[in-house]
Design a protein around this ligand. Structure first.
Ligand code: HEM
Length: 472
């Protein structure tokens, strides 16, 4: 086998390699009418397309990245049917398919039938009215710059005959980032702290040869030693392999957050927590918020700061669950412990722990009253090399905590923040072990804090692939 070269940063879309810190962003959804329209549209966007090259001190004021769904690739590319079929099933059938729904479990309020965009299947085909072919992730340093950029993108779409989907405000609103304090999401937590390192040697070969799930070859398609089989890489489909190389999948998932239900859960349970701990109800609320997430709202992990948030641990990512076998510091079902159980004992079939690159931002203003049911939540970008064995595997753990012997003998609990509580036969109580206490604290019924509003599986193709589409 020839020696693989490190990826060339000028060919990789920037969003994959780095979390942008631009304060303004908007995530625009499009439907193609034809191959020619897709080419014209993408060609128009190329001047703003951002690669993974270092921008030094000259941070771009306006820039964008582009994702294509399977339907988008089918229309925009020159791949044959056989070549298209080389893409992994999870990607070709999309998030509303039976296979994906086995993990995502979008019953009830979050049913794909009710999604605002994407994935809706009618007789096996995406509903044309909600079909998403492309997502343009646009970023800017100022609100004015973002407006200029989104106007430019929308005009380019109109000129090419590409239709924009406006999922919010009854078909009038875009998915635009809301300006909460830096790195904060609804529910008041800090986010974006723990991310994969994406190590990749500057020269090749370099031992050890990229076997860590946090390494770049588990995200970028086309490199050896991936633990999660990103595709397509079948030599019989060279055009599909070349199309996908240096790309990365993005599970784009818009998640409504019921801030009032979350605050109410904290307030309703604070008295019993306060009594159990012998602390104030204000402390009890913060403690409970930390137990649900695994980190205090400032970011401090419970494992390192079990009793109070500590500025010194707010950014900590290097910690272990091996000593906490009873969940006395961090409950087993806390969101971050489910999303990344790290070195916790896992069933062999669930190993190694997959990692995800998270590039999400909040949307919608915080509620102004207890009855305010306005749209707000997370515009979630979950990047991975393999949708099934990274994103969907973690999602299945979120909905059913059955991946570690630690949950024994009951494997029917759920992620405390996120899971779909409508999943049948689940134990929706929240168990919090308390040091020194004879029994854990068992809080009643976790509410549905988060509801899926739409999902689209995209490939963030390499820049040469996007240029080839632009050339038709
Ligand atoms: C609205 C929905 C969500 C909220 C409010 C939320 C909240 C959070 C917060 C506050 C953190 C801690 C910050 C950090 O470690 O960077 C976190 C981490 C994380 N979340 Fe979520 N999250 C959501 C959705 C998801 C989904 C859908 C997934 C997976 C499919 C996920 C996977 C993770 C992972 C893997 C981590 C990092 C854990 C670690 O490495 O220690 N999250 N999330």
């Amino acid at each position: 086998m020839s020696t693989p070269l490190p990826p060339d940063k000028s060919t990789v879309q920037g969003l994959i390699m780095r979390g942008y810190t631009h304060p303004y962003s908007s995530h625009l959804l499009f439907r193609f009418s034809s191959k020619a329209a897709a080419s014209q549209f993408i060609k128009a966007l190329l001047p703003y397309l951002r690669s993974a090259e270092n921008w030094g001190t000259n941070k771009p004021d306006k820039m964008l990245n582009i994702g294509l769904t399977f339907t988008g690739i089918s229309i925009a590319s020159s791949l044959t049917k056989t070549e298209l079929n080389a893409f992994p099933n999870t990607f070709t059938t999309g998030p509303a398919s039976q296979g994906s729904q086995g993990s995502l479990q979008d019953y009830g309020e979050g049913d794909p039938e009710k999604w605002l965009f994407g994935g809706l299947l009618t007789n096996g085909n995406p509903d044309p009215a909600k079909r998403v072919d492309a997502i343009v992730h646009s970023y800017a340093m100022h609100q004015n710059s973002l407006n200029e950029l989104t106007d430019f993108i929308a005009k380019a779409a109109t000129a090419a005959g590409v239709v924009e989907l406006l999922p919010l405000d009854g078909g009038k609103g875009r998915l635009e980032q809301y300006q909460l304090p830096v790195d904060t999401i609804h529910f008041g937590y800090r986010d974006g702290i723990s991310e994969p390192d994406l190590n990749w040697p500057e020269t090749w070969p370099a031992p050890p040869v990229n076997t860590d799930p946090a390494d770049l070859n588990n995200f970028l398609i086309g490199y050896p030693n991936s633990a999660f089989q990103p595709g397509p890489s079948n030599p019989a489909t060279p055009n599909a392999s070349a199309f996908a190389k240096d790309g990365c999948y993005n599970a784009f998932r818009v998640l409504y957050q019921d801030v009032n239900a979350f605050d109410k859960y904290l307030s309703d349970n604070a008295p019993v927590v306060a009594q159990t701990l012998g602390k104030s109800t204000e402390y009890a609320k913060e403690w409970l918020a930390a137990k649900l997430n695994g980190r205090w709202r400032n970011g401090s992990p419970l494992i390192l700061s079990p009793d109070a948030p500590d500025p010194a641990t707010a950014d900590a990512t290097n910690f272990s669950y091996t000593e906490d076998t009873k969940g006395l510091k961090c409950p087993f079902s806390a969101h971050t412990r489910v999303g990344n159980p790290r070195d916790e004992a896992l069933f062999p079939a669930e190993s190694p722990v997959p990692r995800l690159i998270r590039r999400g931002v909040p949307y919608g203003a915080p509620p102004v009253s207890d009855n305010d049911k306005g749209e707000r939540g997370l515009i979630g970008l979950f990047l991975c090399g393999a949708l099934a064995s990274q994103f969907e595997l973690i999602y299945s753990w979120i909905n059913t905590n059955n991946f570690s012997p630690l949950f024994s003998p009951n494997f029917d609990t759920q992620d405390a923040l996120l899971a779909n509580r409508a999943t049948p036969d689940m134990d929706t109580t929240f168990t919090i072990p308390i040091p020194g206490a004879a029994k854990p604290l068992v809080l009643p019924k976790l509410p549905q804090f988060i509801v899926a509003r739409g999902t689209a599986y995209c490939l963030l193709p390499s820049i040469p692939t996007l240029k080839a589409i632009a050339e038709g």
